[in-house]
Design a protein around this ligand. Structure first.
Ligand SMILES: [Zn+2]
Length: 251
């Protein structure tokens, strides 16, 4: 009887070992985990599609001048302040369509101090600041578009946006990207650029700046430039973090 009892114990032992090594629930849960992570990725991609490429970005749009400050005035009485505001309003809709949160330094024909304009970015902890102007010059021959930056790190954003504006045919002269000592760039502590969309004092530019089509084309390309800049910034941040971890491991 004792022998039988021991044999039974041994058999039971083997059965228990067999069950524990063939732990089906573990295999299943691993599989489930894999599925869940795939689902999570799909949900993330779908969210990005719904929310847009600029979801999470807080962008300040600054329409130059306003109120008693008309800015430059064209030969056919076009005011810089009006072109700046209507372009900013077009740009706002397009950026919001891509999921960005847009803040305006002015949304009507009001005077706003330069200091108040830069404060909008810091108060609301914005990610980007974009100031829209048109140029004016005593020589009516001067024409074309220029993009300005103040700090070295903002040159990348200025370059990216400017490149997108001139990526395809556009009916204006390319005056390039340049350093600009503007207060709205100097005193804004987030990536900031200032665009001079054209010379309002040049008759051809004045006419062009007044067309809805030009304002829309420029706005569309600015949006594409911003998306490209934001994508590059995200990739750079990821690489930077990765390098940072490697450095810690090496030490
Ligand atoms: Zn101006």
């Amino acid at each position: 009887m004792k022998k039988r009892f021991f044999a039974l114990i041994i058999v039971l032992g083997f059965v228990l070992i067999f069950i524990s090594t063939n732990n089906l629930p573990t295999v299943e849960s691993e599989h489930e985990e894999e599925l869940t992570s795939l689902n999570r990725m799909a949900v993330k991609a779908a969210n990005l599609e719904v929310k847009g490429e600029l979801a999470g970005e807080k962008i300040v749009l600054d329409a130059g001048h306003g109120g008693f400050d008309s800015g430059s005035v064209g030969q056919n009485e076009t005011y810089e302040k009006d072109i700046a505001l209507s372009t900013v309003l077009t740009l706002k809709d397009m950026l919001e369509d891509k999921g960005a949160t847009v803040l305006l330094t002015r949304d009507r024909d009001d005077f706003v101090s330069l200091r108040s304009r830069t404060q909008v970015a810091s108060t609301h902890r914005a990610n980007l600041f974009l100031s829209i102007h048109t140029d004016g010059f005593e020589d009516a021959e001067a024409k074309g578009m220029t993009t300005y930056y103040y700090s070295d790190q903002d040159e990348i954003m200025a370059d990216t946006i400017h490149t997108y504006i001139f990526k395809d045919n556009i009916d204006t002269e390319n005056r390039g990207v340049d350093f600009g000592n503007y207060q709205v760039l100097r005193d804004t502590y987030v990536p900031a650029v200032l665009l001079e969309l054209g010379y309002i004092t040049n008759v051809e530019d004045e006419q062009l700046l007044n067309t809805e089509q030009f304002q829309e084309t420029v706005s569309e390309r600015i949006v594409q430039g911003i998306i490209q800049y934001v994508t590059m910034r995200t990739v750079n941040n990821d690489e930077h973090n990765y390098a940072g971890e490697g450095h810690m491991i090496a030490n």
